[in-house]
Design a protein around this ligand. Structure first.
Ligand SMILES: [Zn+2]
Length: 426
């Protein structure tokens, strides 16, 4: 039963007491109980925000302090995440870059490059830490982080020949696609991690992409979204990876996919009450899907309208400076993608942002972390930058993030610079 389905006055929606969306008629159903709990938590968070008369503001200074502190202590803590350190570097440098801060810190950029160079193996590929086995996930994170660092030192550090042969050795000749590491699992993340790194490093060859669109098409499920492997359940993270890899390998063969079904499924992932996205049918909202699902919409837009990202971002004057539509809580903001861009921004700013200590969290009641900070800021950027070159910003104009490349999830200028560097030395 829907108790509320009108988004015309979100302030009013959250001011009225005990007014959430999912019914508690089925108390024995744990999925419904969890959903009701989340909606109550979200409602309280919105209500507190309104009661305290807070501003709809990105707390840049606090986020930057949190991120700088994280990268400076990279060597000394996060023992439990020991196998993910290139990821930590990527999450932090990309977050700082989206906030327009990273390039003010050449010392941090240099230290990040030196650290990543220790994770590169002599056989090509990057491990989760110095001396660890090469794996596609840290390879993706390391190459993206090096693109974001954007210095000659960062580019020249990459063993491109070794990288290409490592990526080729990850191809799965039996099932199609890529395995994540020697003897490891095959899922569609592998396709994205491998082809994304190859594209940025200028080693994206036909041998790497052969058969990939067909493999990805077999991952589309009856729901419309994409699973990690043929026959698996549709999932937000895998859907982003699948579409981005599809566009990297075969930008023109969309007829292999059922794009209308995919669009329906993606649209249904935005939660009507909370405003953020979930990653699967009947699952809870989570701010990291602001990118994993929000980021699907530019890719769908590219498939529907032939939007060519690289040509778009390479215009002489950045298109995103053309105009900014400022939004202060009224309901006249355009959604140019097929999701509600304003409601996503409200969820991010009010429910996900830790406006006291900096950083972003999954949902109210959870703690902040660098992973959610990175993908929430990335999703915020996607929801602000429209495909027609305008921007739609909830709150003051200072809330505007730098744009992010819809496939690589690094700033477009950083992707272009790295690709140009390698195309010139070929
Ligand atoms: Zn999450």
């Amino acid at each position: 039963m829907t108790k509320y389905n009108d988004d015309k006055a979100w302030r009013q929606k959250f001011t009225e007491n005990e007014y959430w969306m999912t019914s508690e008629d089925e108390p024995d159903d744990p999925t419904t109980e969890e959903q009701v709990k989340v909606e109550i938590g979200v409602q309280k968070t919105y209500q507190k925000f309104l009661r305290d008369k807070k501003e709809l503001k990105v707390q840049r200074g606090k986020h930057i302090a949190y991120l700088l502190d994280g990268i400076r202590h990279l060597d000394s803590y996060f023992d439990s995440l020991d196998a993910s350190r290139p990821w930590l570097v990527y999450w932090i440098v990309h977050s700082l870059d989206l906030l327009g801060e990273l390039d003010k810190h050449p010392d941090i950029i240099h230290d990040a490059v030196v650290f990543l160079s220790k994770c590169q193996n002599s056989t090509g590929g990057f491990g989760g830490g110095p001396g660890q086995l090469s794996h596609l996930a840290p390879t993706y994170a390391a190459v993206n982080a090096l693109a974001i660092c954007g210095t000659q030192e960062a580019y020249e550090m990459i063993d491109r020949k070794g990288l290409h042969s490592f990526l080729m050795s990850m191809r799965d000749p039996i099932h199609g696609g890529f395995v994540m590491h020697h003897g490891g699992e095959n899922d569609v993340r592998g396709c994205y991690c491998a082809l994304n790194a190859a594209s940025l490093a200028g080693v994206l060859t036909p041998e790497l992409t052969a058969g990939i669109p067909e493999f990805i098409a077999r991952c589309q499920t009856y729901e419309g979204g994409m699973g990690g492997f043929p026959g698996n359940e549709a999932h937000g993270g895998y859907t982003f990876c699948a579409l981005a890899a599809f566009l990297l390998s075969s930008p023109a063969s969309h007829q292999l996919l059922n794009v209308p079904a995919l669009t329906d499924w993606a649209v249904a992932r935005q939660t009507p009450y909370e405003g953020g996205f979930n990653g699967r049918t009947n699952k809870l909202v989570d701010a990291c899907y602001s990118f994993w699902m929000g980021g699907v919409f530019p890719l769908l837009h590219a498939m529907e309208y032939g939007w060519r990202f690289d040509a778009f971002w390479n215009q002489e004057k950045p298109a995103y400076n053309k105009s900014t539509k400022e939004e202060k809580g009224s309901d006249d903001m355009d959604s140019l993608y097929l999701f509600h861009q304003k409601n996503l921004q409200l969820y991010i700013l009010i429910c996900s942002q830790d406006d006291v200590r900096g950083g972003f969290r999954d949902k109210p009641g959870k703690g902040r972390d660098f992973y959610h900070t990175c993908y929430t800021l990335s999703g915020l950027s996607v929801s602000q930058h429209n495909p027609d070159g305008t921007t739609s910003v909830v709150g003051p104009n200072e809330n505007l993030m730098e744009p992010t490349h819809p496939i690589h999830n690094v700033r477009p200028i950083k992707a272009t610079r790295m690709k140009n560097f390698f195309s010139e030395i070929k």
